[in-house]
Design a protein around this ligand. Structure first.
Ligand code: MG
Ligand code: MG
Length: 250
């Protein structure tokens, strides 16, 4: 069932979303060669919990042990922070975080360069972020979920990149994952119609090679099957009469 949120609920989600955005900015400022993903996770958890009534959404969600998902290079999503995962110059790390405030969630992700990265990697990051914003621009009243996926797919495939099929965006609200599913591919005017008060996480996961995935033996980390680089950008967005409102921003 798709739930529509009141303006009061959307404002609470925007409060959670602001903490999410500030957390990602903090993590970006800390990301450099020699830092472990555990270091990033500890700083993020402390920052989130310093806000009254806020808690990390991911910790305990389906049994996930940490505040952040930190996915390095060919890892697409759901990498588990660890003191043994130390960032190296030229890598990229996808950082995904959710925050719950007053029973409502917000969810955002970004892929961060570690030091200097090569032009191909930079192009993947820029294209994935552009694909996210194309998807958000298509999240207007009267459009359908398929219009969002179509917009994302057009931008990514125009650059020759792969669009991950096996993982998708989602509705979000009092539960972290709600209906509808929001694929990063599709056809215009297909799928559920976008209604005022819907809140969705739009999250392109784009690869430099094949779009097929597999899950590592830790049963969390999802990687590209061909070892190609992956990027992940995400915002939580409210569908409003005046247009899409990004909730995970400062
Ligand atoms: Mg996320
Ligand atoms: Mg999400």
């Amino acid at each position: 069932m798709i739930t529509l949120k009141s303006s009061r609920e959307i404002d609470i989600m925007a409060r959670a979303g602001r903490i999410v955005a500030e957390t990602l900015a903090l993590v970006r400022s800390l990301t450099k060669p020699g830092v472990s993903t555990e270091d990033l996770d500890a700083a993020a958890e402390e920052f989130i919990r310093s806000h009254a009534g806020a808690r990390p959404s991911f910790k305990g969600l389906y049994g996930f042990p940490k505040t952040l998902c930190t996915s390095i290079n060919e890892e697409i999503v759901h990498g588990i922070p660890s003191p043994r995962r130390v960032l190296r110059e030229g890598s990229v790390v996808s950082v995904d975080v959710g925050v719950e405030c007053d029973g409502l969630h917000a969810d955002s992700a970004t892929t961060i360069p570690v030091g200097e990265i090569n032009p191909a990697a930079r192009s993947l990051l820029e294209t994935t972020e552009a694909a996210l914003h194309a998807g958000i621009a298509a999240a207007t009243l009267g459009n359908h979920v398929g219009d969002i996926g179509h917009a994302v797919q057009q931008v990514a495939e125009a650059e020759g990149f792969g669009v991950v099929r096996e993982l998708v965006g989602h509705g979000i609200g009092s539960r972290f994952h709600e209906e509808p599913q929001v694929p990063n591919y599709g056809a215009p005017k297909r799928g559920p119609r976008l209604l005022e008060g819907m809140t969705i996480a739009i999250e392109p996961m784009i690869t430099a090679g094949a779009f097929t995935t597999r899950t590592l033996g830790d049963r969390w980390t999802v990687v590209t099957t061909d070892g190609s680089l992956a990027a992940h950008f995400e915002h939580t967005v409210a569908i409003l009469a005046e247009g899409p409102r990004i909730l995970t921003t400062v």
